[in-house]
Design a protein around this ligand. Structure first.
Ligand SMILES: Nc1ncnc2c1ncn2[C@@H]1O[C@H](COP(=O)(O)OP(=O)(O)OP(=O)(O)O)[C@@H](O)[C@H]1O
Ligand SMILES: [Mg+2]
Length: 439
């Protein structure tokens, strides 16, 4: 019998328990003297009154004058001076496996409906390093998203990371639901961060539907949860995607919204004493974003195609989070309130959006057709005011005449109702027909 692995396990096992004592509670932070722990380590805080009570789970977020600063994952009331703090010696892990598919869980990986987790799951660290840039295969295949406007004009590559920039109520959740149901990915991991409780249920029942949930894992951290839980929701969803990528799955990760993750990090940053910089965001916000967003994409086993929604107030694309995220990702789709108001759904403004890998993943014929459509749209938009007030006389410019002729057909082609489904090939055929005089 080979005993080496057992002996190694004994050697590596930490047989000491490290304890500390709570000294002070300031707002959402708990200060304790000891235990010896590293940043990111999970600790149990035992109630001083009642040792049989379930301990509170907290994470080490900083140090101050040799004291440990802890932040609990959940709201706490029964914590006071002298409470025992026990270090687990490990950062946060969640249980992952095929059994999770179809479930709705919280940031710590527990089912939201309080049911028991299925058997056979493995422990997986929520914080992982991004894949080595040298071992990342380049993106070369398109992936069907099942939304006409995207598959035709803004084709997404397998393993691409995209930002969906939109204000409130312009159709983000509906679009993510359509992608989850229609795309060719093997599994969807959907992180709902900072939403209201009502919206979560609406998304799962209405936008995703039973058919979408069947091949999805939904991670939920609502707006009323502590900031740390909202941040962990993003990490947990990313870790679950990584687990399935390593098994060779094609994964879709959707995070709604990355702005709310940044806001939660700002809360934690300010509470631990970081200085506020642009728009009150603390430096750590700008350091965690690239680390989080770089984890998705391709690695040598599989690919995570990721969609991150970014909230833009009043369509201000230069807001610090929007600006940072746009710089990290491989494409941005802009959703426009004007289009939504006209009933032009999905409200994607094609001219303002870009898929940076489209050139690499589609055929030259497809690229050519998409470019022609784009220039017709641009020509119309450039002259829109003249055309609409009737100041443009037909026949003056051949190109503008053509744009006027095609504009309504293109708009009609880009429109898609919530339950309309098309394959990538069907969309391409429609695009061909559109420019060859059909509709
Ligand atoms: N493809 C579509 N076809 C028809 N209507 C749509 C479509 N997409 C969105 N809508 C309409 O837009 C409304 C808002 O959509 P949705 O809830 O997806 O927006 P949101 O951006 O997620 O909003 P919030 O910022 O509140 O989360 C929907 O209730 C629906 O009426
Ligand atoms: Mg929404």
């Amino acid at each position: 019998m080979n005993l080496t692995s057992y002996l190694n396990a004994i050697e590596e096992a930490d047989v000491y328990k490290r304890y500390g004592k709570v000294q002070r509670v300031v707002g959402i932070m708990i200060e304790s003297v000891g235990p010896a722990a590293n940043i990111g380590e999970v600790c149990y805080i035992h109630s001083a009154m009642n040792m049989n009570k379930k301990p509170v789970l907290a994470e080490v977020v900083g140090f101050h004058d040799e004291k440990v600063i802890l932040m609990p994952y959940n709201e706490v009331t029964e914590i006071g001076p002298g409470c025992l703090v026990e270090s687990t010696g490990k950062p946060l892990t969640v249980k992952v496996g095929r059994g999770l598919i179809g479930m709705v869980i919280d940031s710590l990986g527990k089912p939201l409906d309080q049911s028991a987790l299925p058997k056979g799951l493995s422990n997986f660290l929520t914080e992982q390093a991004p894949p080595n840039p040298m071992s990342r295969p380049t993106i070369s295949d398109p992936i069907q998203v099942g939304v006409k406007a995207i598959d035709s004009m803004l084709t997404v590559g397998r393993g691409q990371r995209i930002g969906l920039f939109a204000g409130s109520g312009v159709g983000k959740s509906t679009l993510l639901g359509m992608i989850a149901r229609n795309s060719k990915a093997d599994i969807n991991v959907i992180a709902l961060i900072g939403e209201r409780g009502r919206e979560v249920r609406e998304f799962i029942e209405k936008d995703l539907g039973p058919e979408g949930l069947e091949k999805s894992i939904v991670v939920v951290a609502t707006s009323d949860q502590p900031a740390l839980m909202r941040i962990k929701g993003a990490y947990t969803a990313t870790a679950i995607s990584e687990y399935f990528r390593d098994l060779g799955y094609q994964v879709n990760l959707m995070m709604d919204s990355v702005t709310r993750v940044a806001m939660a990090q700002r809360e934690v940053g300010l509470a631990t004493g970081e200085p506020p910089t642009t728009k009150g965001y603390t430096p750590s916000v700008f350091s965690i974003l690239p680390k989080l967003l770089e984890r998705t994409g391709t690695n040598s086993h599989g690919a995570i195609t990721a969609f991150y929604t970014v909230l833009v107030d009043g369509d201000d694309m230069n807001e610090p989070i929007a600006d940072t995220v746009r710089g990290i990702l491989d494409g941005h789709f802009v959703m426009d309130r004007k289009l939504a108001e006209q009933g032009q759904y999905p409200a994607i403004n094609i001219l303002k959006s870009i898929s940076r890998v489209m050139n690499q993943v589609v055929t030259p014929e497809h690229l050519e057709l998409a470019q022609q459509t784009r220039s017709l749209l641009a020509k119309y938009e450039d002259n829109k005011e003249l055309i609409q007030i009737g100041a443009y006389k037909r026949g003056t410019d051949h190109e503008i005449d053509k744009a006027i002729l095609y504009y309504p057909k293109i708009q009609q082609f880009l429109k898609q109702s919530v339950d309309e489904r098309l394959t990538f090939e069907e969309t391409f055929e429609k695009l061909k027909l559109l420019l060859n005089g059909g509709s």
